[in-house]
Design a protein around this ligand. Structure first.
Ligand code: FAD
Ligand code: DLZ
Ligand code: SF4
Length: 519
């Protein structure tokens, strides 16, 4: 082959429809895939996340080769491996003297900045193409955001419904005459609520080799290595999706916010890991969900709820990330400065809700949305944990975590660190909310009904401590300001009981030792 086009395909671009391969033939192309130390360690990812990416990359490379593509696949342990994307692209250019390097834009700011420097370092042109796996382009988001005071997701979501036609009627109105059925997505769990299990996939020889590699090379990273059951090929991901549509979707809506001890994922899809690396396409999933509604097999609140998560939240946070970076990574509106407690890594806490969410995170590299938001996130918000520690934790521990989706959720949704651009109010809640939406409290060593003092659920005093210390910032917020009338009606003794209980609890937190998230 003379002067091929070199196409680096990153670990979250494992799709035959990736824009960098569009219009190319195997004869003119050299694909480059690389397992690199920098990506595996810029935060110390959960072991299963590294297995997922490397195993999916190796399977994808094998599929491409079977179709006739020429793939340079650089393994982590290849002796010449430089450990970075840039180093490997430079080496591949030296090997093949390509006429052009063509790549799909990176999902992350950090890597996008590195890619922008390739042109200056390489003797050939570099073309960076848009990532067409997303429904909203960067320009779509800019058009939505320009001139708006608040970047409310709801209005963006409606534009995405119109753009895709999903759950739209011919007359231009939404199916069911309502855009958003969120109010029908909040059923507390019934006694004994159990969901059909999500499929787990037995690792084949390729995946087993990666498990061994990760067990050896990343032994000090957080999380259980096995059992590993995530889909690592498109066929497996499609099987997981089908299982969701036929067995879980119908009850996804009502129980979207419910939490049950031991039922880690309830009716959630467990598809984010496959979606985020390109094994599944967001639109194909939404159209499949819509089919279930049209065939009368799933109700509107479930199907709209699922579609909203994908063309609403997922697209929105991606647009928001690129719109707000790089400032978003540094934002700390509430001046939160407490270090993350050690128990986020060890799971050793008497708070049963937190212990359970951390356990599922350690075992599966996954926790569902309300666990991430209203248990773990709510704790970080109320306790005033600094955004940098929280970002590192979420980025490291979840198999679906990439900065474009993690950061807006962490800094915007849970911490209010962006000053309310993403969330119109902080998602602050006392133990009451967790008690209503879960069965955690029944067997907790704290009492959720006790407000202060020994044995009181820590969320109760922490809630008022948070409200009190941020009064200046939050009182004028029309969605939360009314809460101060309740605070003001309390007598001074009760107020100081709350504040003292919270302070005592905060003082008892042991900060995480260095080295969990980064070396
Ligand atoms: P389901 O509940 O079945 O939802 C379907 C799909 O909708 C998901 O697969 C996901 O692609 C999308 N989705 C749902 N909620 C969101 C959201 N808030 N933002 C973006 N997409 C969403 N999701 C990630 O993919 N990666 C992350 O790093 C990530 N970090 C998060 C951090 C915090 C603090 C919070 C509150 C949420 C985070 N989420 C993240 C969103 C959400 O929790 C996960 O997408 C979800 O738990 C994945 O499980 P699932 O596939 O079963 O989701
Ligand atoms: C997350 C990750 C990890 C752990 N390792 C690799 C890798 O070795 N090679 C690779 O191509 N991609 C990896 N990834 C995913 C990248 O971090 C991701 O592609 C970039 O962050 C861009 O979004
Ligand atoms: Fe969590 Fe409080 Fe309930 Fe215990 S009592 S499970 S700490 S909300």
């Amino acid at each position: 082959m003379t002067s091929p086009i070199l196409v680096p395909v990153l670990g979250d671009q494992l799709s035959r429809n990736i824009s960098s391969l569009d219009g190319l033939s195997p004869a003119q192309t050299r694909i480059l895939m690389m397992e690199v130390w920098d990506e595996a360690t810029y935060v110390k990812h959960h072991k299963q996340k590294i297995v997922l990416i490397f195993a999916a990359m190796r399977h994808f490379a094998a599929e491409l080769r079977a179709e006739g593509w020429q793939v340079d696949y650089i393994r982590l342990d290849d002796p010449e491996n430089t450990g970075s994307f840039t180093g490997e692209v430079v080496r591949a250019v030296e090997r093949h003297a390509p006429s052009e390097v063509r790549v799909t834009e990176s999902g992350e700011w950090r890597v996008a900045r590195a890619m922008e420097e390739w042109e200056g370092r390489l003797p050939c042109p570099v073309t960076i193409l848009p990532d067409t796996r997303f429904i909203a382009t960067h320009a779509d988001f800019r058009n939505f955001a320009d001139g708006r005071k608040h970047l409310t997701m709801e209005y963006f979501y409606r534009e995405m419904r119109r753009k895709t036609g999903l759950l739209m009627r011919r007359d231009g109105n939404p199916e069911g005459d309502q855009w958003n059925l969120d109010a029908e997505n909040r059923e507390p769990p019934k006694e004994g609520l159990r969901a059909p299990p999500a499929p787990k996939f037995t690792p084949d020889e390729t995946t087993r080799a990666v498990i061994e590699l990760v067990g050896t090379r990343f032994a000090d990273h957080f999380g259980d290595l096995e059992p590993f059951g995530w889909p690592v090929t498109r066929d497996e991901a499609l099987e997981a999706a089908e299982a969701f549509f036929t067995r879980r979707l119908a009850l996804f809506g009502p129980y979207q916010d419910a939490m049950v001890h031991g039922e880690d994922d309830l009716y959630h899809s467990m598809l984010s890991t496959s979606l985020n690396i390109g094994l599944l396409d967001p639109l194909e999933l939404c159209r499949r969900a819509e089919d279930e509604y049209r065939a009368g097999r799933a109700p509107l609140n479930s199907v709209e709820g699922f579609i909203r998560q994908i063309i609403g939240w997922r697209e929105y946070v991606r647009g928001f990330y690129w719109h707000q970076m790089p400032d978003l990574a540094e934002a700390n509106e509430l001046a939160a400065n407490r270090p993350l407690p050690e128990f986020f890594w060890t799971g050793k806490t008497d708070m049963r809700c937190l212990a359970d969410c951390i356990r599922t995170t350690r075992e599966d590299a996954h926790a569902h949305h309300i666990q991430r938001l209203m248990v773990l996130g709510n704790f970080c918000l109320l306790a005033g944990i600094n955004p940098r520690d929280v970002q590192d934790w979420y980025l490291a521990v979840y198999a679906d975590a990439y900065e474009w989706v993690e950061l807006p959720n962490v800094s915007g949704m849970i911490l209010y660190a962006d000053g309310g651009n993403l969330a119109t109010k902080p998602y602050a809640a006392s133990g009451n909310y967790i008690n209503k939406m879960s069965n955690y409290c029944k067997e907790c060593s704290y009492s959720v009904s006790k407000k202060t003092g020994e044995g009181a659920c820590p969320f109760n005093p922490l809630y008022w401590h948070f409200m009190d210390r941020h009064r200046d910032r939050l009182e004028s917020n029309h969605r939360i300001g009314r809460i101060y009338a309740t605070w003001d009606r309390m007598d001074d003794e009760k107020k100081s009981d709350y504040l003292e209980s919270a302070q005592k609890f905060l003082d008892s937190l042991e900060p995480a030792r260095k080295g969990w998230a980064r070396d």
